[in-house]
Design a binder for this molecule. Structure first.
Ligand code: ADP
Ligand code: ZN
Length: 431
């Protein structure tokens, strides 16, 4: 399936982007207090957006903006027009909420169908979708896209790995969609049960939602005897389906007719040259329910606008996500901010504000261990009390993060002190 818009020359693409931007900017300005103020602060109105560059007058929007407007403050349409709501974890326990109108769901289906097609999937494929279904956008985004493409969707969702493997063999799944780490875990489980993942019918993996490396790609392709392609997205912009690698595996094609990209030097706030690293800032050009103008993703990438040597698409390509400008960790696909853990610890009596978060990867599974100093008085107490303190910290952190962590209580003054910025996170994963 060929989508002509992915092959547009720069000028017609810019014209389409500007036309769409003006409509969405009007909608945001008319209905979202945050954007009314952002335009006022810049001294312009949407009518002043005469070129795409004029957008640069607006300040960035980020996750914090969404949190301040929890739950529905960023909606640009009445609730009657909202068809679906998603939410992802935020730093303070309040999730960030995004919404879709009927037209937005069509756009989401389209960009996800385009992403699957870009990776080489067709209407003859059987897509086993092992992204989690629910408030997380991964599951449903891929689901809509596979249906739009005309493929067969098997909505297994994440987890229950043995059943996944059984169905994969019985149904003859040809495309596997999930996080890269889950493919490694699945391959291990398969081998443990006498199944050779290389002999399954899976030929393509569309993998994302967390950072991974070329080394992991080689490992995955080898374990499964399949092609593994990177997919990028975030709930604020639409969910999965923002950018996708083609068969050339040379950067992710960003669907710039729906998402206008800028790569910004986080220190100067200015655009960097093509090929240089910076923070990806995205403006949604067609999303009605929760439009975002200049959304600061905090993801670090480089971008090229050169025609793709592998597939001929003109749509800009972004590199792998090279890091984040904030301290967000992605653990088993869940966004985790160290401040969330700190927030729990500071509310628990008996602990000192000295802690360290150790992130490791065992096989394919990410683990967190939180080491916490316990104050003198508590530490000299009975072991039983210490145990129940540890269990309580574990429970409370799990409530906030939604994933389990190991808690290790340590004696006062055992965690290394730092003279500058405390090193709160030790990430030993080799991503
Ligand atoms: P979702 O709920 O769809 O995962 P979130 O908004 O919770 O979306 O998380 C989006 C973040 O996940 C991105 O900003 C990015 O940091 C990370 N992410 C998504 N896809 C990839 C990818 N292919 N490689 C690296 N990081 C990714
Ligand atoms: Zn390409």
């Amino acid at each position: 399936m060929r989508y002509e818009v992915e092959y547009l020359d720069p000028e017609p693409l810019a014209a389409l982007q500007l036309q769409r931007l003006r409509r969405i900017a009007e909608l945001a300005y008319a209905n979202v207090e945050h954007y009314r103020r952002a335009f006022a602060a810049a001294g312009i109105t949407p009518a002043d957006l005469k070129t795409l560059d004029d957008l640069k007058a607006l300040a960035f929007t980020d996750k914090e903006t969404l949190r301040q407007n929890y739950p529905f403050g960023m909606f640009a349409v009445p609730m009657a027009d909202v068809q679906e709501i998603h939410a992802s974890s935020g730093t303070t326990g309040k999730p960030t909420v995004v919404a879709y109108t009927r037209a937005d769901l069509k756009v989401w289906s389209e960009v996800m169908a385009r992403s699957l097609a870009c990776a080489g999937a067709t209407d003859r494929d059987i897509v086993q979708n092992s992204y989690g279904y629910g408030l997380f956008t991964g599951g449903l985004g891929v689901h809509y896209g596979a249906i739009e493409l005309g493929a067969t969707i098997v909505p297994t969702s994440a987890g229950n790995t043995r059943r996944q493997l059984q169905l994969m063999q019985d149904f003859g799944s040809t495309v596997l969609t999930c996080t890269p780490s889950y493919t490694i875990y699945m391959a291990e489980e398969a081998r443990a049960h006498g199944i050779d993942p290389r002999r399954t019918t899976v030929r393509i993996g569309v993998l994302g939602a967390e950072p991974w490396s070329e080394g992991m790609r080689r490992e995955i392709e080898n374990a499964w005897d399949m092609k593994a392609y990177n997919i990028y997205g975030l709930s604020e912009i639409i969910g999965p389906g923002v950018a996708q690698e083609c068969v050339g595996q040379c950067g992710m094609h960003l669907w710039a007719d729906h998402f206008y990209p800028e790569v910004i030097d986080p220190h100067t706030g200015k655009e960097v040259a093509d090929g240089e690293d910076g923070m990806l800032v995205l403006t949604t050009l067609s999303k009605e329910a929760t439009p975002f103008l200049r959304y600061a993703t905090k993801d670090i990438v480089s971008m090229t606008r050169q025609v793709c040597p592998a597939c001929g698409r003109t749509s800009p390509r972004i590199s792998r996500i090279k890091g984040r400008t904030d301290d967000m960790l992605i653990i088993r696909g869940v966004n985790v901010f160290p401040s969330q853990i700190e927030g729990v610890l500071t509310q628990i009596e008996g602990t000192e504000p000295h802690y360290q978060i150790i992130v490791s990867r065992e096989g394919a599974l990410d683990n967190i261990e939180v080491q916490v100093e316990v104050n003198e008085r508590f530490f000299s107490d009975e072991v039983r009390l210490l145990e129940s303190l540890g269990a309580r910290i574990g429970r409370e952190i799990e409530t906030v993060l939604g994933i389990g962590v190991a808690v290790k209580l340590v004696e006062p003054k055992t965690i290394a002190r730092s003279e500058g910025k405390a090193q709160r996170v030790i990430d030993t994963r080799k991503l």
